[in-house]
Each structure stands twice: as C-alpha cells, then as structure tokens.
Design a protein around this ligand. Structure first.
Ligand code: TYD
Ligand code: MG
Length: 454
C-alpha cells in the first residue's frame, strides 16, 4: 500500500514545503500554509522523463507566425474583453464572487454560440437547475450539451466521444483527478486538474473556459499558479444590489488588460450595455449638491460616471469615512489636500463617497470630480448638471493632466454636456474650436473653487 504523504502548500502562491511554516518564504504572507495529502503517483509524474520529446532550438526567422484564430462569442462585450474574440486553444479563467453571475454569463454565451458544439460541464448544479437557468435566458441551442461530472478522467472520456469545439468547466474547484488523494478544491487538485485541461486545450486547440471561485479577500481561490498557468484571467464584478456587472480583464496573453465589458443582470439573463454613460448617469431634473460627473476612460472606452459625496458634521468623536467604488486611502488623501489647500475644516466631518451604479474605478481622472462633489456637499451648493470633470489631483493641490482628453471631451459632447473642466496642462495642443462644448483648464484647488462657486 502506498504510504500516505502530506505536504504543505502556501494558499497564496502555491509554495510547497514539507512542514508547516508560519510565514511563506516565497511570498512572505503569514499563516497561509495548509496540509494536503498527496499520493506516490503524484511524485512520479512530476519528474521530467528523459527521452520524452526532444525539442530543438529553432532560429526565430524560420518560425512562421500564425495569425491566431478568433472565434466570435456572439457577445460584443465578451469579445472586447477577450481582445477581439476567443482564441483557439486558449484557457480563460473567469473569477467572481458567488452569485455574481458567472454561470449565467457562460451558459448564456454557450447558448448564443450557435453552430459550435459546446460542452458545459457542471460540478456545482444539477442538469435540471442548469436547464431552468437556460429557460430563463430563453435561447434554444441544440448543439449545447450539459454534463454533470467532476472526475476529470470521465470528463475526458465524454469529450472524446462528443468532440466539442468549446469546453466550459463550472467550476475548477469542484473537479478532481485520481492521481492525487487530496480533496476537490484543494490547491494540489486545482493545480492538477487545471494542468490537465491546459494540456487538453493546447493539444486539441479547443478553447476552455474555467469558472473559478473567489476568496473572502477577493482573490481567486487556489494558488496564484492557476493565474500564471491560464492564458486569460477575467474578473466578473459588481455590486449585487445593482444590476450592473463589469467583466474586467486581469491578464490576457492575446489582448490588452485594461479592457472592460459592461452587462446588466435582468430577469432573462445578462444584457449587454453598449452605451454605459447613458445608463450610469442617474436621471435627475434639478441639481442636487454633492454630485459631480467624471469623464473617465476605462479600457478603450470613454465613460461618464457620477460621483456622489455626502459631508456632514460628525455626530461622534471619530469622523466616519467611507467610500464605495473608490479607494478609501485615495479619498483620505484628497481630503487632506482639501483641508490644507482650501482651508475647509473637513477633519471633524463624516465623509461618504459613492460611485453610482456600483462600479469600481481605477482611472485617476476621477479625482477632480470626487473633490468637486465633496466641496459641493460641504458648501451645500449644487454643481450645474451640465458640467463634467476630468483631471488628477496632486498632493500639493495641483490639477494634473490625464491621458486621452480628446476622447473624454468628445464623449461629454456626445452626451450633451455644456462644459468640461480639465487641467490647464491638458489644453496644450488642443483645438478648442473643434468642439462645441466649453473647455476650461484649471491649475489648482482655488481655481476649482472659483469655477464651482464663483
Ligand atoms: P449565477 O450565474 O448562478 O452566479 P454565480 O455562478 O456567479 O454564482 O447567477 C446569480 C444570480 O443572478 C442569481 O442570484 C440570480 C440572478 N439571475 C437573474 O437575475 N436573472 C437571470 O436571468 C438569471 C439566470 C440569474
Ligand atoms: Mg455558478
């Protein structure tokens, strides 16, 4: 009988050790080691067998480059995030919190991609449950097959007989391989089963979607190696209380990582949002204080987004600071800049910040709108709803230029805004006459105050 052997894995980076360690020597994280049982078979398999297949160095000029084949996923948003379609033989990991809509997204994609033979393997739900979801989505597709299985050997057997063009695995954490004795969802199992699927994708050129769970901290569960192994990592996110869902590319061997797809969850599946600015700007007739619109760029797309601030006198000793969709540390920094540069006493105020639509933003160009919203709420003076902002705010209160102002201006103009406030350094080389919209360049916080409240 094979002796049971256990090893310890770091849950953060996948580092392997023979005994438990408090701190991972590889990534420096504390308390991340878990014990896992592995069998002898695993050890044998790991060594590189001599005389397997000999690869020889080839001069780079002799290699003919193939234009990668892109498969249309029938979803503009998904195609965009993938970098122009699904690449043959690629492995795409889709991560996200439970209930965010990963299964819905991929089932819907499977149903939409008519003419392809698609196998959807679920270890999470019964076939009836998946069928119920498909009925909600309401698309018929005769060439979409469902399989309820978690054992990789059996999955590959079914693949051999069905010969699908596209494979979807829901989820990688439920799969197990009999070469290992550890339980499904453990780090070594995830690594092994993902490895088997990678080899399958690369040898057959069949693209594979893997659904992956996310930990409490918001990382993909399983070792970081999983993210290193696959070609593309997509993250599906959004506030569950809002309908909007954002599909973000975190890693993409075949495209840009700054791409973004926007969806809206409704009763019949996910709907693509093609002109997000229209939807994200809340409808309001009269101007309210504490609201400022930012002209952002996410990926390749300009996007107008509403920032809302509420500044009130703190009721208890320590003022509360909270930000949704925006980095709290950055907000605290902006508050400190305001306190120092504009003389507003914000230290005794509660400050709440919210980015409308439950969207999380990374573009630094939102700074100016955040500052404007905070000032507007502090003074209880509304900002004209036809004005938008796009600039970064520096530590000394200077208003800094951001990239691609032309695109921001055009988008604001398209949506009927009257005025856009930028950094004065953004105006260089800009032909104001080309635009209908009024373009204002400012240099510091005082200029902003002047612009806002005269
Ligand atoms: P699901 O795809 O199961 O999420 P995940 O696989 O990421 O855990 O979908 C989750 C939510 O979406 C669920 O709460 C129900 C909702 N939903 C709709 O609102 N409309 C729909 O058409 C479908 C299929 C789901
Ligand atoms: Mg699911």
């Amino acid at each position: 009988m094979a002796k049971t052997k256990t090893v310890f894995y770091c849950q953060n980076c996948g580092y392997q050790a023979s005994k438990w360690l408090g701190k991972c020597p590889a990534c420096g994280e504390w308390n991340t080691f878990v014990e896992e049982v592995i069998s002898k078979a695993d050890d044998k398999k790991k060594g590189v067998k001599k005389g397997d297949k000999k690869a020889k160095p080839v001069p780079i000029g002799e290699i003919t480059s193939e234009k990668e084949d892109r498969i249309n996923t029938q979803s503009t948003e998904l195609n965009r995030v993938l970098g122009g379609g699904l690449v043959s033989g690629s492995v795409v990991l889709v991560g996200g919190e439970p209930g965010i809509g990963k299964s819905t997204l991929l089932l819907q994609t499977a149903l939409k991609m008519k003419g392809h033979r698609i196998l959807y393997v679920s270890g999470e739900e019964s076939l009836q449950q998946i069928k119920m979801r498909a009925d909600r989505i309401g698309i018929q597709n005769e060439s979409c097959f469902l399989l309820n299985e978690t054992f990789t050997t059996d999955i590959f057997k079914q693949i051999e007989s069905l010969e699908p063009d596209i494979l979807i695995i829901d989820s990688i954490q439920t799969l197990y391989s009999d070469t290992l004795e550890s339980s499904p969802g453990s780090i070594s199992q995830i690594r092994e089963t993902a490895g088997e699927l990678m080899r399958f994708a690369k040898t057959t050129q069949v693209p594979v979607f893997l659904i992956g769970h996310i930990t409490k901290e918001g990382n993909l569960a399983g070792p970081k190696v999983l993210e290193h192994m696959v070609d593309t990592v997509l993250q599906f996110e959004g506030d569950r209380h809002y309908g909007f869902r954002i599909l973000r590319s975190m890693k993409n061997r075949f495209g840009s990582t700054s791409e973004l797809g926007i969806f809206e969850m409704h009763a019949g599946g996910l709907r693509e949002v093609q002109n997000p600015s229209d939807v994200l700007l809340s409808q309001r007739d009269e101007a309210t204080s504490g609201i400022a619109i930012a002209a952002m760029i996410e990926g390749q797309r300009p996007l107008l987004i509403e920032t809302q601030a509420l500044v009130t006198q703190a009721a208890y000793g320590t003022p509360q600071r909270s930000a949704t969709g925006f980095d709290l540390r950055r907000m605290n920094m902006l508050l400190a800049v305001l306190e120092k540069r504009s003389g507003f006493k914000l230290g005794t105020k509660d400050v709440f910040l919210n980015i409308a639509g439950g969207i999380r933003v990374d573009d630094p160009a939102i700074d100016l709108a955040v500052v404007a919203a905070i000032l507007s709420s502090t003074e209880d003076l509304a900002i004209d709803s036809q004005v938008c902002f796009a600039a970064e705010v520096g530590l000394s209160g200077e208003i800094r230029a951001v990239t691609r102002v032309e695109n921001r201006i055009t988008e604001a103009e398209k949506l009927g805004f009257d005025k856009i406030i930028l950094s004065k350094y953004s105006l260089k080389g800009l032909d104001k006459k080309q635009h209908q919209i009024e373009i204002v360049g400012i240099g510091n916080i005082e200029d902003l105050l002047q612009e806002l409240f005269g």
